[in-house]
Design a protein around this ligand. Sequence first.
Ligand code: UD1
Length: 419
Amino acid sequence: MAKFLVENKGPLKGEVTISGAKNAVLPIMAATLLTDEECRILDVPDLRDVEVMCKILESLGVDVDADFDGNTLSLAAKNILSNETPVELVRRMRASILTMGPLLARTGSARAPLPGGCAIGARPIDLHLKGFELMGAEIEYGTGYVEARAKRLKGGRVYLDYPSVGATENIMTAAVLAEGTTIIENVAEEPEIVDLANYLNKMGAKIRGAGTDTIKIEGVDKLHGAKHCVIPDRIETGTFMVAAAITRGDVIIKNVVPDHVRPIIAKLTECGAIVEDVEDGLHVKADENPLVATDIKTLPYPGFPTDMQSQFMALLTTVQGKSTVIETVFENRYMHVTELNRMGAGISIEGRSAVIPGDIKLRGAQVMSTDLRAGAALVLAGLTAEGVTEISEIYHIERGYSEFVDKLRKLGAQITRVE
Ligand code: UD1
C-alpha cells in the first residue's frame, strides 16, 4: 500500500496553479448522458474520481476519450446501453449517484444501488428521490437498489428540506428534459451548481437562478453537444492557502476565483495571515504576524465549507489560543481528530463541536487518511510537525488532489510517495 512520508522543511514559498474542480467536473461528466452528441470538457483535473466516473460512463455505453495530459475529455453518449450504475463503482465513489437524474431524463428509468453509510456520515439520497417523485417518477425500492421510472418527467415544484448539493444537481439534470417548468426551492448555491447550470445551458437547457436559492428550469425536447471549461477547484485553493499559513510561508496561488473562497480568506485573515488579490489568483503571507485562534462553523455555501474543516483544524492546532469548530453539514466528520491527536494536537470533541487548545508543536507519527479532506489535513500537519509523519491509505487523497505531491514539492515541501 502506498504511503506519504512528510517532513517539516520550513515555510512554503513560490507559486502553485490550481486544477479544475473535482466537484464541478463530476456532475458535468454525468450530464453528458443527456445528449447523443459529443461533448468536450476542458481543464479536467487528473484524479481517481474522474477515472471512476469515466468507467461508470463507459459501463453505460458512453464513448470516452480521455487526454489527462491535456486535461481534456471527449464524451459521446450516442447509445445508452444500460440504466444501472454498477455497484462496485458506486461503492468507490458516492458521486456516481449523479448519473441518476440524466439517465432518468434520457432513457425513462435509472437504477442505482443504495449508497450505504460512509466515513463522514449516513449521506442518504431521500431528497434526490423526492425531487424525481415530484416530477412524476415512480420510485421502487428493491433489495439493495432503488429504481426511478417515468416515461417523460413533468415539470413540478420541489422544495428541498436541506440545500443538498447532490440533490440540487440530480433534480436539475432530470428537469432539463421534462415537460413544462420545474421550480426547485431551497437549493444549494455552491459555485459548482452554477458551473453545471452554465454547461447545461450551453447544451440548450433553459435554467435560470443557479447560484440563488431558487432555480427555474423550462424543459426542452432535446439537448445538443457542448464544449465547457471547468471552474478552478476552490477546495484545492483553500488547501494550498492553509498550507501556506500552517508553514508560516508566502505563496502565490494561481487560477483562483477569489469570490469562491471568501469564507477561507475571512478566517485566515482573522487568524492574522495576509491574503491579497493578485492577477488571476491570491497571495497568502503568514510570515509576518503571529497567527491566533478563531472559531469556525461549517455551513452550506456561502458559509464556511465542510470540505475545508479538517485542513483548517490542523492549522488551528498551531496558532496562539483556543479555537472552536462546529460541524453542521455532516454528522460524523471528525475522523481526522484521532489522527491529529496522535500527533499531539490535544483536540477534544463533544457532539458536533471540537475544541482545539492551540499553541501546539505537532510531532510526526504514523497516521491514517480516513477520507479525502482528512488526508489532506494530515499532510498539512506533517509539513509543520517535528520528525517524520507517515500517512497511510493515501488513495483517499489521490481521489481529489491532482499532482498534490509535485505541487507541494515545487513550493519547497518535503513529501515523498512510497509503495
Ligand atoms: C457534495 C460534495 C462534497 C461536500 C458536500 C457538502 C460533490 C461530488 N461532493 O456532496 O465534497 O462535502 O457536497 O458541501 O460535489 N442529505 C440528506 N438527504 C439527501 C442528500 C443529502 O439528508 O438526499 C444530507 C447529507 O447526509 C449531508 C448533507 O445533506 O448531511 C449535505 O450533503 P450534500 O450537500 O448532498 O453533499 P453531497 O452532494 O453528497
